[in-house]
Structure formats: structure tokens, C-alpha cells
Design a protein around this ligand. Structure first.
Ligand SMILES: *Cc1c(COP(=O)(O)O)cnc(C)c1O
Length: 554
């Protein structure tokens, strides 16, 4: 397939049984390198930092297999790992995100985490998995039969090793509270599709599904009307894009009062609008409701025959998807404390006692040659309460089996080369340049006398505007999203101001936008009836599955 925009052709890369000659290989790789260099040099549309400087450090490791399989805090037998660096990186972010360090398996308040092999998608999946099992009253216990086997083997004088087996056990719901083991998930309409995907993979019920099935007429936001698919965002589709805390509170109260544990995903830097949910304000609004219905803390009994066998757990889980924002907001906060910037983002990290898990992508603001990231939680929230000797932790605590050992190297090297002051300067640089780009885009709209729909959430590193021509979208690799605004369907592009972006790049981009054909006319159609048209009936499972937009893939 020849692709005119890239100038590359599948034929150039076709593999043959006899392999390619050195000249063919070189020609193919050179053409690819020219193409990739051009595209990454001009990249404006995605939140990937292209200023990556790890080749010197990394290159000699590329012919080594480095694998951090298993828990970062257990060495395991795979000696070819980089877990020393992984733990150093985790400690760094734990301190930055105000979690208790160092990790200590016997100290539930301390943090636990690991470096992801995918980006935040894996962290979201893992966090929601942990949340689901924690809230549903799942336990990992030592299988009593394996203990009996071990005893029998020992009394026979045999040296047979009987490793303790774990059983995955489900605590039954108390008879008076049939919903006590059915968590209900809440997330805003600006949520990344990886969260929705994770909910489907994990079969987590959302307020929309359960509301529609069991309480079709009782939507507390608009009695008698259909339930919204997602928690509304403040500012509607075109506004700032943070979760509407009043609406969230109303929806949570509805399900909390019916005894359901509550699972909320917050976004710290939404993908398309770059808005920061006010996690602190949301937590302050939700906690009294959770307390009222006994969901702040509850006893989860896992052995119906023995009332002493229980664990104290929260009846809620707040996950923070900080793919982009968690990387730099701590530095903007430092800049703010030093009087170097007038505003800062809302608190989102482990200083808030109700934050249960947090993820960040390493290849976005920080910059890395491949996807990577950080997952972090509190030790006591893992399915292994440390205070109870009858439990043991699963040594297989991470999602992936094999884990990429290079991620730890890249992130460690990045952090080791930079001081906090360097990071603060970088954060202020991307912030200032975003403000500059926003101003220039607004000026352009005035100059052209055309509504360019320029929007930027406070402190966001992304600015969105009326969609540009396909040629410009390809040149600058811009992601498109369709938003419904005031009954009108509008196509937007956005740019992300990452470290590699310069003022000159913004100026050159604006020059291109001043050309007469830069903004093609858009067909303005009234809002389509919201997604109902393809739904065959209301029976069965319903979940709103955004398949375009909001996405990192465009
Ligand atoms: C990019 C992004 C993700 C997914 O992260 P990957 O690193 O691409 O897996 C999740 N959530 C948000 C808010 C994002 O912006």
C-alpha cells in the first residue's frame, strides 16, 4: 500500500524468505528514519514529548534483555532486572505525590507501585481491577489444604516443598445489604477510552447500566428522563471539561443509599481538553455521603462461620487517571509556592486520604522512546491486608508477567539528570508557551474574522480549535474530535505544547493557519439523537462505548 501523505510504500519493507540485502535494508531504514524524523520534528497534536535524550545512556543496553518480571520489591530469580532503578523511580514519584515512603509490606500506610510496560492504559486496567476486587469483597487467603499437605509432608520426614497456595475467596454480602458487594462505577464524559475499555474487560457495572436496568424512571439528575451515559462535565461538551461535582454527588448518593460500594475515576488532565478534575473538592463532597451510608469504612467478613474473620475496608475507591497532569503539576505547585506562577491545579495526590490509586504515563510529559508509566497505590489497599497473618500477599502483584526493564532505566536516567529546579522550569516553559499559543490562535481568529472556537482549560497544555485541512492535520500530526456544542456538530483539532515545541514552531504553525484553505467549511448539523439509534433494545447489558475521539490514537 502506497500512502501518499507519508511517501512510504509497503513494498519497501516487504520481507522475503531469503531476507533483504544490506543495501535494501539500509534503503528501507533510511527512508523510515527520514519520515519519522520529519513527523516527530513537526509533531504538535499529541501529548508526547519528543525531546528525548537517552540514546547515549541506553544504547549499550539495547543488546541486553532486561526484564523486571514480578513485584518490584521482590528480587525473584530473574537476575537480569533493573529493579534497583525501578524502586528509585517509584520512591521519587511517591515523594512527589505525597505518599508515605519507603514501601514497607508491614506498613499499610506506605505506598506500593510498579512501572508499567504499557502506558496509563495498563495502570488504569490494573487500578480498576484492584478496585473491583477490593470493593467486591475478594480475598487472597492461604489455601488451608496446602498447609495440611505441608504438615503431612513434614511429619513423614520428607523434604518435599509444598509452597503455600492461595485461594481467591469471595466474602458474601450480608443478608440485609444485597448490594454490598456490587461496586458501581462513575466517570465523566471527558474520560479516556482506556477507562471505559477497562470497565468492559473487568465487567464493572456503571451507574448508567444499573440505573437503566433497575431504576429506569429514577434518574436523580432528571426524574423520568433516561440516565446519562457518563457523569456530565462542567461546561458541557465545549467547556472546561472537569467532572461536575454536584452531578457526581447526586448520582453517588443514589447508589450509596442503596448500599453499593462506589468506584470513581477522576481525570487529571483530560485527553482532549486537558482539564483537571478537582479531586479534593469531589472527595470533600462525597465523603459525608459515604459516611452516612457506612461506606467510608466497613467490616468485610470473609468467613461466615467465624465472625472474628473480617477486614476493615473502605466502601469506595477513588482512582486518579493522571496520565499527563500527574507528571508536572507537582512542579507547578512548587513554582506557585515560590510565587513564580499565579495559579496552580487542584490537589489530586496521596495527601488526600481518599485517593486510592494513581497512574501516569512516562512517555507523555516526561518523554521516553516507548510507552511506559507509573502505577501507585497504598499498601493497605492491595488484596493483602498486612496486619493479618492468615493472609499472604500474592508475589504476582503486577499485571504483566514479563515487564520491560528498559522503562526503569529511561525514567531513572531522566530523573537523575534533572533537579527539581529543572523540572519547575520545564513546567513553566510548557505552561507559558501554551498561553502564548492560545493568544496567537485567538488573534488569528480576529484577524480572519472567523470563529475558530479556540478553547483552553485553565493551566492546560492543550488548545483546541476549529478543525484544519487534512494536509495540515497530517503535517503537524493533529488529533481530531467531534464535539456537540449548542446543538451543533463541530469538528476540532488540538495542539499539545510539550517540551520539544518552540515558539518558532507555534509561529510557523500559525503562518500555515493563515492560508486561505486552512480551515475547511464544516457541515453544521443539528445534534444527533444521543447514541440511541443503534441500540436494539434496552434488554441486556448496555454500555456507552466511545470508539472515536477522546483518544490518544485520534
Ligand atoms: C493518554 C491517556 C491515557 C492512556 O495512556 P497510554 O499511556 O496511552 O496508555 C489514559 N488517560 C488519559 C487521561 C490520557 O491522556
Amino acid at each position: 500500500m502506497f500512502d501518499r501523505a507519508s511517501g512510504l510504500d509497503d513494498e519497501l519493507f516487504r520481507l522475503r524468505a531469503e531476507g533483504l540485502s544490506p543495501a535494501e535494508r539500509a534503503a528501507a531504514l533510511d527512508a523510515l528514519f527520514r519520515y519519522e524524523s520529519r513527523q516527530t520534528d513537526l509533531l504538535l497534536g499529541y501529548q508526547c514529548n519528543e525531546r528525548i535524550d537517552c540514546a547515549e545512556t541506553l544504547s549499550r543496553y539495547l543488546d541486553r534483555h532486561l526484564n523486571n518480571v514480578g513485584d518490584p520489591f521482590q528480587s525473584g530469580s530473574a537476575s537480569f532486572n533493573t529493579k534497583w532503578l525501578e524502586r528509585a523511580v517509584l520512591d521519587y514519584f511517591a515523594a512527589l505525590w505525597r505518599a508515605k515512603t519507603p514501601h514497607d509490606p508491614d506498613d499499610g500506610a506506605s505506598y506500593w507501585g510498579y512501572l508499567l510496560t504499557m502506558g496509563s492504559t495498563e495502570g488504569n486496567l490494573y487500578g480498576l481491577w484492584n478496585a473491583r476486587d477490593y470493593l467486591a469483597g475478594k480475598f487472597l487467603l492461604i489455601d488451608p489444604e496446602s498447609a495440611d499437605e505441608a504438615r503431612a509432608a513434614a511429619s513423614n520426614g520428607g523434604a518435599r516443598v509444598v509452597p503455600p497456595r492461595l485461594v481467591y475467596q469471595q466474602a458474601p454480602a450480608p443478608e440485609s445489604q444485597p448490594n454490598a458487594r456490587v461496586p458501581i462505577a462513575f466517570y465523566s464524559q471527558d474520560t479516556h477510552y482506556s477507562i471505559i475499555k477497562a470497565m468492559r474487560v473487568l465487567d464493572i457495572r456503571t451507574f448508567y447500566e444499573v440505573g437503566t436496568e433497575r431504576y429506569p424512571r429514577d434518574n436523580p439528575l432528571a426524574p423520568g428522563k433516561p440516565w446519562p451515559h457518563e457523569v456530565p462535565s462542567v461546561g458541557g461538551t465545549n467547556g472546561v471539561g472537569v467532572i461536575d461535582i454536584d452531578a457526581l454527588t447526586t448520582l453517588v448518593a443514589f447508589f450509596a443509599s442503596r448500599g453499593h460500594p462506589i468506584l470513581v475515576n477522576f481525570n487529571y488532565g483530560t485527553t482532549f481538553k486537558g482539564a483537571y478534575d478537582d479531586v479534593e473538592a469531589a472527595g470533600a463532597a462525597l465523603l459525608p455521603i459515604l459516611r452516612r451510608y457506612g461506606l467510608d469504612e466497613r467490616e468485610v467478613h470473609y468467613d461466615p462461620r467465624d465472625c472474628r474473620k473480617y477486614d476493615v475496608r473502605t466502601g469506595y475507591w477513588f482512582h486518579v487517571d493522571g496520565a499527563l497532569g500527574a507528571a508536572y503539576m507537582p512542579f507547578l505547585e512548587m513554582a506557585h509556592a515560590a510565587g513564580r506562577i499565579t495559579t496552580r491545579g487542584p490537589n489530586f495526590d496521596f495527601r488526600l486520604p481518599y485517593v486510592c490509586s494513581l497512574v501516569m504515563s512516562g512517555h507523555k510529559w516526561i518523554g521516553a522512546p516507548f510507552p511506559c508509566g507509573v502505577y501507585m497505590t497504598r499498601t493497605k489497599l492491595m488484596l493483602r491486608p498486612p496486619s493479618r497473618p492468615e493472609y499472604i500477599g500474592s508475589p504476582d502483584t503486577t499485571f504483566a508477567g514479563s515487564r520491560n526493564g528498559l522503562s526503569a532505566l529511561v525514567l531513572w536516567d531522566h530523573l537523575a539528570r534533572r533537579s527539581y529546579e529543572d523540572q519547575i522550569r520545564k513546567a513553566l516553559y510548557t505552561e507559558d508557551l501554551s498561553a502564548y499559543a492560545e493568544r496567537r490562535l485567538r488573534e488569528l481568529g480576529q484577524r480572519l474574522g472567523q470563529a475558530l472556537w479556540v478553547e483552553r482549560a485553565p493551566l492546560s497544555l492543550t488548545i483546541r480549535f476549529r478543525a484544519v485541512s487534512p494536509a495540515l492535520a497530517f503535517k503537524y500530526t493533529l488529533a481530531c474530535e467531534t464535539l456537540y456544542v449548542d446543538g451543533e456538530k463541530r469538528q476540532y483539532h488540538h495542539i499539545y505544547v510539550m517540551e520539544h515545541v518552540t515558539r518558532e514552531r507555534i509561529d510557523a504553525f500559525l503562518n500555515d493557519l493563515a492560508a486561505p484553505d486552512a480551515f475547511p467549511a464544516q457541515e453544521v448539523r443539528p445534534t444527533a439523537p444521543a447514541h440511541e439509534s443503534h441500540v436494539a433494545g434496552r434488554e441486556g447489558r448496555l454500555m456507552h462505548v466511545p470508539h472515536t475521539g477522546r483518544s490518544f490514537s485520534g
